[in-house]
Design a protein around this ligand. Sequence first.
Ligand SMILES: Cc1cc2nc3c(=O)[nH]c(=O)nc-3n(C[C@H](O)[C@H](O)[C@H](O)COP(=O)(O)O)c2cc1C
Length: 345
Amino acid sequence: MYKFIRGFLFLFDAEKVHYFAASILKNTLRIPLVNSLFRSYFTVKNQRLHRNIFGIDFPNPVGLAAGFDKNATMFPDLFSCGFGFIEIGTITPKGQEGNEKPRLFRLKKDEAIINRMGFNNDGVLKAVEALKKKKKQWVIGGNIGKNKLTSNEDAYSDYLICFEALYPYVDYFVVNVSSPNTPNLRELQDKEPLTALLKGLLMERDKKPEKRPILLKIAPDLSKEQLDDIVDISMELNLDGLVATNTTIDRNGLRSSEHEIQRCGLGGLSGKPLREKATEVIRYLHQQTNGSIPIIGVGGIHTPQDALDKLEAGASLVQLYTGFVYEGPGLIRRINKAILKKNKV
Ligand SMILES: Cc1cc2nc3c(=O)[nH]c(=O)nc-3n(C[C@H](O)[C@H](O)[C@H](O)COP(=O)(O)O)c2cc1C
């Protein structure tokens, strides 16, 4: 059924379709009976799917990755698709347009997406308003970043503004320093600025009566030395978790023609071609931290086996974006069923 709908949707511009599909979902789920049928079909409820990671109870370990619900306007409908948690954002202090359109492309032959959205979002205050619709049982992560015009030297204050504003409304935070689409952002992954950024946020967090976990989202394109730095920093600062990985700038091994790839231009590649690379980063981080830091595994999950591979490599939870676009909500259900089947005892 979804493949049929997808065939139609994929005829049109990718970014327009994103909002069109979201509005169809919203309007369809307005009908209470349809909503409850939809939810009960796609949601797999089972105590054995529950996970308690960094102090949060997740009803199942399959989440929606950041970037899909940038402004926190879609999550009430997306929870009906069966997700165990949803990460909103990336949110920046001020609203910003993002890069010039077109900036979102499908590489159908590769079951991939290239995007250079550039943190388009309505700003943190709008997100706070939207998050007032959150129900207590919904687990929501707040993915935070900096505005394009803010220099890396001043980045900390941007992260802090988002952190403080979102604190009462989200369950955990993800510090995003790994998007390839904001100039120089990934330099914040270097040891010195990263330590300062995380230390500052953790210090502010520790002053609060209720402790929200802080995670770091990293790129799949880091060298072994850079990954070792991430491991050192995470262990030293007692970071709550890592999200691995963001999109890649690598274009090797794609099936799409050179012409098609060139047509997309710069940006982050997600989906199937990212799968192995992301899994290897997860495996490495898990080994180097001796499993002491929970990892959310993301990148190229298009089948239940892909999700099981990420869990086997050391992820405690998984997230999807591109797989959700290509496979639809049935994928979440299939992954949860596969996890139950695998952990029968
Ligand atoms: C169109 C698009 C926009 C994205 N925007 C964000 C973002 O704002 N912040 C972020 O941390 N990751 C963002 N991502 C990255 C995803 O969260 C995820 O890490 C990546 O796509 C790999 O997962 P996937 O292969 O399942 O898509 C975006 C991805 C896509 C495709």
